[in-house]
Write a protein that binds this ligand. Sequence first.
Ligand code: ADP
Ligand code: TPW
Ligand code: MG
Length: 585
Amino acid sequence: MTAPSAQETAATVDAPAELTDGYHLVVDALKMNDVDTIYGVVGIPITDLARLAQAQGIRYIGFRHESNAGHAAAAAGYLTKRPGVALTVSAPGFLNGLVALANATTNCFPMVQISGSSERHLVDLKQGDYEEMDQLAAAQPFVKAAYRVSRVEDIGRGIARALRTAISGRPGGVYLDIPAAVLGSIMDKEEGDKTLSRLVDPSPRQLPAPEAVDRAIEILEGAQRPLVVLGKGAAYAQADERIREFIESTGIPYVPMSMAKGLLPDNHPQSAATARSLALKKADVVMLIGARLNWLLNHGEAPQWNPDAKFIQVDIEPKELDSNQPIAAPLVGDIESVLEALSERTKPGRITAPTAWREELAARSKQNVAKMAERLKADPHPMQFMGALKAVRDVIHEHPETYLVNEGANALDIARNVIDMHVPRHRLDSGTWGVMGIGMGYAIAAAVESGEPVVAVEGDSAFGFSGMELETICRYKLPIVTVIMNNGGVYRGDDINPLESDDDPSPTTLMLQARHDLMIEAFGGKGYRATTPAEVTAALTEALASGGPALIDCAIDPSAGTESGHIAHLNPKGITVGNITPAKK
Ligand code: ADP
Ligand code: TPW
Ligand code: MG
């Protein structure tokens, strides 16, 4: 080894220590944990954080409203099985994003919302700082966990903790508060680097106990009319091959929840989706895989369900079990591991769905499919939901890689039935809350994360919640075609204000003549107006071929659709419902 020259020694001794700051440590910690995209809206104190992230190679997608950025992060989490990250400014930006974080938690999607916040000492004494709010306390009730980083040297720990919490066990939304002062704090770079860590096995496998597996096997073996319900947890788990193998080797019919459509192709011979009512009413053993017995499944109650049905539930969250019905065989673990254990411990050929049951469901399916085909054949004018959606379905069939985003009431319920899915995790919709406003955020995430085309089928009301993101779609030149079911209203467009003296539209009325296609043209996208299914077909075919942003405004009969779509029964029944009389003069 040669001795260092005098010049080298001087340089080492005199060099000032290299420094880092909160901004750099946040970006470094995210990169170290493979976060490659951030969805957000900038402002004080996070503008430079977004700039730095971009400069360091993290893709930053800038939105027009934090709810939409948050919904995008949530969808990214669901699609990739890695936490989606949203970035928001203090107080109002944080609160706008919180809706999406809460929705992600409700849907069990892994997401982290990182928000800048105001000066702690001013917030805590309520001295009236710029965008002052105790964000940690505000987030707490709505999220899986909420953390705050109070010292720059805790940034690495805070990010590691937030990412692991979001992704492990039942996934959910995590809030991470980083006050402005922490972002701006400076520390020695070498010391700072030591505070960062890469998560080891962030979402560990969770194996079910062998006796729990044997209990479930025994029940399945004795079943006369077994049924599997696949939920979006099953889609999220990315255990596609295991699920297919279990279903096909046992012959058990299955019903997919809306976002589990495509996990097995909707035209699979064992799909009982088209005989759903009969399947639920008669099944004697029901195996829930990544699906909760919540309102979307009538809480497992009669008359929709067989009151004597035994439930087996595969879920990673033990607290979920018995939440609605007694669970005869809980299988707590991750879906991949549970199905692996089931296949290992089942004696070959012992679990089989009786042929009579399969034939009964198949016969009912055949009848229902024939009825649906009749309805789809009709082509009345003005255009109905069915006509427009059949056209959308047929074009998507030509492009099976297309992602489908779907929200609205009738626009959601009818599209869910008409548009069949053939690929796992390609359908994103209003989910567990039935929330409006996910449309453009989910569509943007699907396009950004996959690079594939996206079709967003939107009720005209639903679209309005996130419509300004058309600009975002055009700015990033994303291959998203928004298809609006424009029936001029929330549910229907023909409601009237019964007060003759009053010109105000009814509460459910929107502008039937609205030209949503012109909105996208303002941002350089391609707009189409379609009044017949043939026009929908032509427009969607051209739009998908172009690979660029487009919007098709479909003129739907304003008298088409029903109040609240398929969930009208959830409206409270006062004496007035459907029988409102105007006040007398
Ligand atoms: P759906 O609305 O489609 O019926 P839900 O959102 O109600 O589906 O249910 C999803 C369930 O899946 C949740 O209870 C969640 O805990 C569970 N889950 C999510 N990921 C996994 C996984 N990897 N393994 C097991 N269960 C999971
Ligand atoms: C955040 C309540 C449920 S469905 C819907 C609203 C406002 C819109 C239905 O009209 P749309 O569909 O989209 O035009 P269609 O085809 O039936 O005409 N705010 C939030 N979430 C919900 N669910 C609502 C309000 C609602
Ligand atoms: Mg509508």
